[in-house]
Design a protein around this ligand. Structure first.
Ligand SMILES: Nc1ncnc2c1ncn2[C@@H]1O[C@H](COP(=O)(O)OP(=O)(O)OP(=O)(O)O)[C@@H](O)[C@H]1O
Ligand SMILES: [Mg+2]
Length: 342
């Protein structure tokens, strides 16, 4: 069996909460930022770490990168333990943050990349070839000699990715890489990550709080909230997991009195809301009908409406957006821990 790129078992980390200025010398309570995360990231995937603000995404990346020590559990990168083999782990990872501030702003991009290559002690000829390759990969050749402070946010972010790849690590962490970017720069960055960063078997772990980013980029995601993972799978599985109700929207004209009551009585129909809309002088009603997906109530509903003399003008199934699913799962996990699909 091949070694997974990232293996995490029951990882936990607490921070001491600030007790307030009034209690300067009293230690605050320990607050868990990671509360038993378990997950496996196979090599070569773009894997999403999806969660709302404060879920523990950055903390998890910092533990994996050896920047902070966990309190309990284990994590390894390509089979190497992030605590006891942290030097080897650092050689095999690159980390890129969304609010990139650690460049030397008065130096050009090229000078910055040369400096970071020297920190990894790359031989000069290798560094030169690597930098040329990265500038080409990330479409940065035209700005190589421009000082960092003059680059747009989109270019700075691509530059940060180039820097994260300077030692050619097999695993790259991107912490909310499009946080400061407009939709055009975001789209461009996604394309580059898919086509030019996650290639040659490289594994990319991307922390994000937007479902759209996860959907555009990720093969699989793990959804975390309050430091615990509440779902792991593909975005398609995430959609399925939460298909608890189907909603149809209909526009109908006419119909005998009392049909909404009859509709509510059909087995499998969980809710009916009716709005009157006046369309070119004709009384038309807009319905929203919620159904249990396990009961096949649609044909029964249609037959009933026709029998009642209603003229069905349109009937459309409402797909819930991924953001709605995300919000729902996060709210649910605030109350109880969901069954984790591993
Ligand atoms: N150095 C620290 N000291 C104290 N608490 C911390 C520290 N770092 C993180 N935390 C707390 O740990 C929890 C998780 O924070 P983390 O930054 O990992 O979340 P996140 O998912 O990255 O959120 P965001 O989307 O806002 O970046 C939060 O409650 C945060 O306040
Ligand atoms: Mg974060």
């Amino acid at each position: 069996m091949t070694t997974p790129a990232i293996e995490i078992r029951d990882l936990s980390k607490s921070f001491r909460a600030h007790a307030g200025w009034g209690q300067l010398f009293r230690p605050g309570r320990q607050q868990p930022a990671l509360a038993g995360i378990t997950m496996t990231v196979p090599a070569g995937q773009i894997f999403g770490l999806l969660g709302p603000n404060g879920a523990g995404k950055t903390t998890l990346i910092k533990v994996l990168a050896g920047l902070i020590l966990p309190d309990g559990g284990q994590a390894s990168i390509n089979g190497k333990d992030v605590v006891s083999e942290s030097l080897a782990v650092r050689q095999s990872i690159g980390v890129v943050y969304g609010d990139e501030r650690s460049f030397y702003w008065r130096l050009s991009l090229l000078e910055n990349l040369r400096f970071y290559a020297s920190l990894y002690r790359l031989p000069a000829s290798l560094a030169q070839a690597r930098i040329a390759d990265l500038l080409a990969r990330l479409d940065l050749q035209s700005v190589a000699r421009v000082r960092m402070h003059a680059l747009s946010s989109g270019m700075k972010q691509r530059a940060a990715i180039a820097r994260g790849l300077i030692h050619d690590p097999p695993v790259l962490f991107l912490d909310e890489p499009t946080r400061a970017l407009d939709p055009v720069a975001t789209h461009e960055l996604h394309r580059l990550v898919r086509e030019r960063v996650a290639d040659q078997g490289r594994t990319v772990l991307i922390a994000t709080n937007t479902m759209r980013e996860a959907e555009e980029l990720c093969d699989r995601v793990t959804l975390i909230n309050h430091g615990a993972n509440i779902f792991t799978g593909s975005i398609a599985q995430l959609r399925e997991r939460t298909h608890d109700a189907i909603v149809y929207r209909l526009v109908i004209g006419g119909g005998q009195d009392g049909w909404p009551r009859g509709l509510r009585a059909i087995a499998g129909i969980q809710g009916v809301s009716v709005d009157s809309v006046d369309s070119v002088g004709e009384a038309v009603r807009q319905l929203e009908v919620t159904m249990d997906p396990k009961a096949s109530a649609l044909p029964i509903m249609m037959r009933y409406l026709v029998e009642q003399g209603a003229e069905i003008q349109t009937c459309t199934r409402q797909a819930r957006t991924l953001d709605e699913i995300f919000r729902e799962l996060v709210q649910e996990s605030g109350r109880e821990v969901l069954q984790v699909a591993r």
